[in-house]
Ligand binder design. Structure first.
Ligand SMILES: [Zn+2]
Ligand SMILES: [Zn+2]
Length: 242
């Protein structure tokens, strides 16, 4: 077992709310400066900058896990991480097929830029990515099995786009082993409201939309190996991996 410093919730310039400086190479280089071992790229409802960031990180010290921050039909944000780029891109296509088309107005929401491994902008995604998909949180356990992924509810302490705000608790049927809390000091309050939360491994990520918000060596996971599969296995085990 080894301890790895993680930040598993980051947005790139493909998220409309993500800063244009959040390019694949800038994110990887900032993670390196911050001495993180593992990061995940989790843009809203898309994995389309994952090929570029995996290319940017190849051969370097930072492990990048391909992922997505899915917005469910209940308007709950759920971080989904995948064992391989191929699995992430299959999930990406599936989510795109279950997302209603609403043209992105760049003047209001910002640009949704797709990059290559050298940070060149190679395309712009025109369907507004921050809208809710048609996927229910109750489907996620089955989807993660199908696409070889792991999911955890994002920022459960927030009053918007969180499972606690939308449903009042985490449904046990979702089978989550982890949950993300943006401000760990809120945890006792949340645990008092829920029978599920005390059983989960609590993660804290930066949810960075700007380079300077990317996390530092503050939060650790215990993994058997520093690979995407090793991290996913640790997340599936939840509290048992500690
Ligand atoms: Zn979110
Ligand atoms: Zn986010």
């Amino acid at each position: 077992m080894q301890s790895v410093a993680y930040d598993l919730h980051l947005h790139s310039c493909l998220s409309p709310c993500g800063d244009m400086d959040m390019t694949p190479n800038n994110i990887v280089n900032m993670a390196m400066l911050n001495e993180l071992d593992v990061i995940a790229l989790t843009d809203h409802n898309t994995c389309k900058n994952c090929p570029a960031i995996l290319e940017a990180a190849a051969g370097g010290p930072v492990l990048v896990i391909p992922g997505m921050e899915l917005c469910t039909v209940e308007e709950i944000h759920v971080v989904c991480l995948f064992a391989s780029l191929a699995a992430a891109m299959e999930f990406d296509a599936y989510v795109a097929s279950r997302q209603p088309f609403v043209a992105n107005d760049e003047a209001i929401f910002g640009k949704q830029a797709i990059c290559d491994g050298q940070d060149n902008i190679t395309g712009v995604w025109d369907n507004l990515l921050v809208n809710a998909s048609e996927i229910s949180i109750m489907e996620i356990a089955e989807l993660m099995q199908r696409f070889d992924g792991v999911a955890f509810p994002a920022h459960i302490d927030k009053s918007a786009y969180s499972v606690m705000a939308s449903l009042g608790d985490i449904p046990p049927e979702c089978g989550f082993a982890c949950a993300e809390v943006a401000r760990p000091e809120k945890l006792p309050q949340l645990e008092a409201l829920s029978e599920v939360i005390p059983t989960l491994k609590i993660l804290t990520d930066s949810d960075a939309h700007y380079l300077w918000d990317i996390g530092t060596r503050a939060h650790f996971l215990h993994v058997r190996e520093k690979t995407a599969r090793g991290v996913l296995e640790s997340l599936r085990r939840g509290k048992l991996a500690d």
